[in-house]
Design a protein around this ligand. Sequence first.
Ligand SMILES: NC(=O)c1ccc[n+]([C@@H]2O[C@H](COP(=O)([O-])OP(=O)(O)OC[C@H]3O[C@@H](n4cnc5c(N)ncnc54)[C@H](O)[C@@H]3O)[C@@H](O)[C@H]2O)c1
Length: 474
Amino acid sequence: MTSTLAASTTLAAGTPRPSGSDAGPAVDAGRVPAAAASGTARPASVARRRSAVVGTGQRAGAYLDAMTAEHADVAEVAALCDTNADRLDVRAEQVRGRTGVPPRRFGAPDLGRMLSDVAPDVVVVTSPDRHHAHHVTAALDAGADVVVEKPLTIDAAGMYSIADAVRRSSGRLTVTHNYRYAARNAAVRRILAEGRIGDVVSVHFEWLLDTAHGADYFRRWHRDKAASGGLLVHKASHHVDLVNWWTGDVPESVYARGGRHVYQHPDGVGGPEFAIDLTADADLSALYAGPAALDGYRRDRDPFSPGATIEDTLSMLVGYRSGAAMTYALTAHSPWEGHRVAINGTRGRLELDVVERCHARPGLEGLVVPDGGAPACCEVRRRGGRLVVQEQWGVAEEVPLDAEAGHVEGDAAMLRDVLRGHLPADRGGAGDDPLGRRAGLVDGLRAVAVGVAGNRSLATGQVVPTSALGVDLA
Ligand SMILES: NC(=O)c1ccc[n+]([C@@H]2O[C@H](COP(=O)([O-])OP(=O)(O)OC[C@H]3O[C@@H](n4cnc5c(N)ncnc54)[C@H](O)[C@@H]3O)[C@@H](O)[C@H]2O)c1
């Protein structure tokens, strides 16, 4: 079984904590010889790019895994940067175990020194959302290409500073909107591009996180709106990006309503179903249980504990430049997990229904969303995706979808694209991108603009034009 969680932590499995002289210093103390830094010998014909990863937590695992295994012929992990020296050690040891070469380690205050000393070709930004703007602009200003996890940033100031940095930098910015790489989402893009339902006039999008997965956003930094932008930015940016990409349209106005209705309790305590035991999982234990002693960053807080400032129930009405509108709803406490999309066009309608998990599972297991290979367990709500297109005067047609893993399958394709994008197809490159899946600055800005404007709408009760953010979305 694999998942949003497991996919990003595979590297850590069974890895012992570093100790003794092998582990090296807690943070990098200076330059290392070029031969050691460049790793194993490589064929002259393959351009192997040197990467630095900023933020070495859960998500970084997906990149480190890919760069030290399937794509090790084109990528080298040259340096890691994090606030937590123990997590740095865990990740560095994983890389050393795979490649024989430990990456250099830098504490967060030494980001600038890392960029100048290591001079990475690529900086992968997998730090918490509120730090993306600083990390992306610093890396671009150092001339590196940047791969940043969604969301691009969490507010208008971050949008502005990143857009400005892209303009003055020779580096290329990629925003990893991995949902674009899932086959079912590509199928929607193809059908709309073929014009089968005409011009899109309305989109109705509902996303359901179940009580296991949804609660996870209330366990750590995501629960603080100043750190994550709340679920309208952190989570909905995935979904808004899909709609922007499917339709090629630009969001212009947002009206949002929402609140926190479930993850709060007069006593500040959730039920036992909401507790997770990190020590039951080797990956999570190594990454978070031990390192928490250094900085107090706990991965397993009670989601009902006081202090959360984000909503668990959200609705938006988004106006698009073409005149189309989207109604959007996000629920982070549903009894089942999945999403429903309906798209109405001038010549027909498309419907995508996806069940990721038919009922929530408490505890650590609940953090794992099953992949396509796991057995379906509910008769009433069977796991899988269903895509139906119906043209005017025509009968409904079901578009076949592979039994797919969604997130997992999307991640693998996205990582291939990102890590091999610099090579021609006949030399192991990622190949053409006929669907335009590679997302850059404008895609990243448009994806977060809706949530950033939505947060202003939540605060003011007003419709907020995206132009009020002061950043060009053209
Ligand atoms: N595309 C997806 O499906 C997907 C899935 C999971 C996470 N993400 C994104 O990946 C990013 C990381 O998420 P995560 O779940 O790995 O979080 P995490 O908290 O597990 O990891 C973040 C890491 O950054 C470190 N960090 C904190 N402040 C830092 C700083 N100033 N400088 C350097 N490092 C710092 C933390 O110590 C931690 O090791 C987020 O932006 C998140 O939105 C995307």
